[in-house]
Design a binder for this molecule. Sequence first.
Ligand code: 1CP
Length: 343
Amino acid sequence: MTEKTILRALKGETLPTPPIWMMRQAGRYLPEYRATRAQAGDFLKLCYNPELAAEVTLQPIRRYGFDAAILFADILLLPQALGADLWFVTGEGPRLSTITDMAGVQALRPTADIHETLSPIYETVKILAQELPPQTTLIGFAGAPWTVATYMIAGRGTPDQAPAHKLKDTDRAAFAALIDRITDGTIEYLDAQIRAGAEVIKLFDSWAGSLKAQDFHDFALLPTKRIIAELKSRHPGIPIIAFPREAGDGYIGFAKATGADCVALDNSVTPEWGAANVQVDGCVQGNLASRHMVTGGQALVDETRQIVKAFSGGPHIFNLGHGITPDADPDNVSRMIDAVRGR
Ligand code: 1CP
């Protein structure tokens, strides 16, 4: 069998048609997802139910034939496994118990204990490794340490990550200790996902854009580099996609500096800029604005074709610049895929 298209792109091959998947491809815009979530009871029960989590992972593969499936889970399960309380408020989002000082960091559970909480996630990966079509790549993931820390410190999503910046700037030792604990946990969590059958790993640093200069280097770049080095030493050749969202100039050289095989671009940069500044170093992923999945029309087709064209000179995996939103029209996803595949 020829190698899966996503894996070929991640090795640096320029393909005539870019492989495609979509951030949050299993999610609330799909009626079949909403039905399975209702069956599970709530979002966290869905994450920890291997059969149902595998089912929602497979739904967008059945409906659209994406080239990759992403494990259905959440970046906030690791904080929970490290001892944080976690719950989801319907219509609002996640809530966690907060960490505000070194005592809070020291009260976290030992890294080796995370598997007690996370073992159902590895079961989901095992089911998917069995059930996915042979051409579909299975992506495992975690949040990057800075992004996970912003939720563990604030106890919720924040527009400017102010509580995390405050801890970083007023109690650097506690903040750095927290980043280290998350980094250690992330390595073990992803190692277990790979052993269960994940073929690619993606690190989501959704809030990387709020770190500047030295902070970006210390808390976005270095922890990512440590995770990648450790995973690659345990699993030689495992491909890794880094997503330092809204990093701006921080995107330049990020793959080389961290050892990532691919850098995912958000839509604050143009594909032409991405091709000239990031794709020169290897594979890129991205970067259609998710609003086109809501608004559709000719703009969706034109923008999709422009992105495919801009990245056609090198390795590229087509994706959105961020996750698809619950108000998206499932038919617009089909239109995007048709435009990518030249239909
Ligand atoms: O109500 C619901 O059904 C929950 C909505 C939802 C979903 C579908 C959440 C809550 N998480 C998820 C799944 C999820 N989250 C996946 C599964 C795979 C897929 O892509 O289909 C992945 C990869 C994530 C990653 C994730 N969770 C990130 C990083 C990517 C990003 O979007 O920036 C972040 C920041 C989270 C936290 C989170 N989980 C859920 C929400 C609403 C949020 C954001 C909260 C906030 O910042 O306010």
